[in-house]
Design a protein around this ligand. Structure first.
Ligand SMILES: C[S@@+](CC[C@H](N)C(=O)[O-])C[C@H]1O[C@@H](n2cnc3c(N)ncnc32)[C@H](O)[C@@H]1O
Length: 275
């Protein structure tokens, strides 16, 4: 298997580029009406890049009480986009707290609208780099689940290192999860599915609990070469059925319309993590 070089010295993963789009009047209004209430006020770290997290901010039990009113099992979505999944989950699970982490104004504005229309008091939004949030603010063993649905694919070979799922990020997620906590991931990019298997299947912090066999090319292909992957040697990997609680987002729908196959992956943190 030709795998990516995960032994290279650690460099901060920069998995997003901020798009400077103007909000429509409706979204601007949603922002003005709802951001004070639903958006976390997180101090930034001026010595680091935009949307960074000042280490003084800790999502500990006191902060959880302040933010959500009470401490409940916490589910965090990394890169929540327009908030379709996390808003649906928050509406269906009032006994849990939800945090949507997203950098993109437009996605956050849509999520704010959902919070407003559905009165989602158990959902809050953090507009920061999720990697830094997990590095500095999320407490060990404090999350029941973390979701990363359709992470930005970064299709060019030279950009694969910008994919948010990396060994260093996996380590942060493992530390954040309660014993037997779950990391749910979905992607519609075969090459990203291979990348996830390479990062996580042999990670001693996680167990892949999938039961479905999936055949994937075992060499990476770059942008525009997805078709050529069919000609490369393949191997069988283990993935999951679609998680019942994962709704169809507009992003996933575009992938399906383009003929992509969706890969669901479920990793449980080992019980002895942090013990
Ligand atoms: C392809 S979209 C998928 C959105 C959503 N999960 C869905 O299924 O529709 C990936 C999202 O991840 C966000 N993202 C990428 N890197 C991030 C980071 N480091 N912190 C927070 N959000 C990030 C992007 O802004 C983008 O909205």
């Amino acid at each position: 298997m030709v795998s990516e070089d995960f032994t290279a010295p650690h460099r901060a993963v920069v998995s997003f580029v901020r798009r400077n789009t103007r909000l429509s009047p409706k979204l601007q209004q949603a922002w003005e009406t709802n951001s004070d209430h639903f958006l976390l006020h997180i101090p930034t770290d001026k010595s680091r890049k935009e949307l960074s997290v000042n280490p003084s901010f800790q999502l500990d039990e006191d902060t959880q009480k302040e933010v959500w009113g009470e401490v409940k099992p916490l589910i965090i979505e990394v890169g929540s986009g327009q908030g379709e999944n996390i808003a649906a989950a928050a509406a269906n699970n009032p006994d849990k707290n939800f945090l949507a982490v997203e950098v993109f104004d437009q996605g956050i504005a849509h999520t704010l609208l959902r919070c407003e229309h559905q009165h989602l008091e158990n959902l809050r939004i953090a507009q920061v780099d999720a990697v830094q949030l997990f590095e500095t603010a999320i407490q060990p063993q404090s999350c029941e689940e973390v979701w990363t649905y359709f992470p930005d694919p970064w299709p060019k070979m030279k950009h694969h290192k910008r994919r948010i799922i990396q060994p260093s990020f996996a380590h942060l997620i493992a530390q954040s999860l309660v014993s037997h906590g779950v990391w749910r991931i979905a992607t519609d990019i075969d090459d990203y599915a291979l990348h996830i298997h390479e990062v996580l299947d042999n990670d001693s912090d996680f167990i892949n609990i999938g039961t479905k066999e999936v055949s994937l090319a075992i060499e990476h292909v770059g942008k525009g070469n997805a078709e050529t992957a069919q000609l490369l040697p393949h191997a069988i990997f283990t993935e999951s059925e679609r998680f019942d609680g994962r709704v169809l987002t507009s992003f996933e729908n575009k992938g399906l319309l383009a003929g992509h196959i969706v890969h669901d992956l479920t990793y449980v943190v080992r019980g002895d993590q942090n013990e």
